[in-house]
Design a protein around this ligand. Sequence first.
Ligand code: PHE
Length: 363
Amino acid sequence: MSGPVTGPHGPSGAGPAPLDRREEAARIVAEGLRAVAEAASLEELRALQAELVGKRSALAGLGRSLGSLEPEARRVVGAELQEARSGLEEAIGSRRSALEQAERAVALQSDRLDLTEVLAGSSRGHLHLLTQTRDELEDVFIGMGYRVAEGPEVEDDWHNFEALNLPAAHPARGMWDTLYLDQGDSESILLRTHTSPVQIRVMQTQPPPIYIVAPGRVFRRDTPDARHLSTFHQIEGLVIDRGITLGDLAGTIESFTTAYFGPGMHSRLRPSYFPFTEPSGEFEVTCPICAGSGCRTCTGTGWIELGGCGMVHPNVLGAVGLDPEEWSGFAFGFGIDRCAQVRHQVPDMRVFLDNDLRLLTQF
Ligand code: PHE
């Protein structure tokens, strides 16, 4: 009788002859090997594995039916079935590694990052607007004969305040909300609140005449808003020479304004107070948005305030051992971030710190 192979629950008793079992096993192996070779995915292969060598496979059924054979025939056929099973398992194993390798290759390909890719319309990266602004400001002053100086961002109380005519407990210290470091004596080490301590460091290390600008990062314990950041940038100017007057200061600010903001842009000084300059002023430039005719940004005045300035106070010269009878000078300081904001009409300064590509690619 040439019916289907009887399974474990097939007719009990004699069952198929040993020869039938061997033919059946050979057929299962041949078909199984073909199916394994054709399996297109790991999932398909898993299903095949259960079907070919699992507990409920035809091969397992044949094995279970060996009990009805003579011991010798049982041993021989049993060994052959075991061999058939091993052959299938081996084929499944090697097909599995081939499929796994192919799937990994596909995953790697799809995860691949092309770091050389240049998206149409985007730039390949460039200096941040604030760095560009600092460079341009430096260039304006270098063109006027100044040198660039630098100082540390972590300062001591003496350079940041005391030497600038701000002794301990001076009420004007409240003009700068200071971040102190937990170093040394309490409130002795701080993050500089302005670039003015660089004036002191330069005067301590080089004899006049001095013509320097000092750009850099400064820090204040302030809540950021559209026009203020707690970490921002200033550029300081210091001139020490013989016979320097307020006229030199005003002329320097005016030359800078036209050079940086463009022709038709002007400056003016308004009286103000800083402990390290006397007299002191705030300087304003023509509002670039309305070109001086008055708008919301300049609250109708036509002017925008940029920074502070004044004639170096005799006490400051005294603190660094310069004779105020021989030397005089002026100083000014203003925000680099504010400059960029005014010149490029950026409504909210906080975007300078966001690193949002939509801003970065504009400048
Ligand atoms: N250091 C002052 C500030 O941060 C600005 C300033 C600099 C004023 C130099 C006068 C002279 O506000």
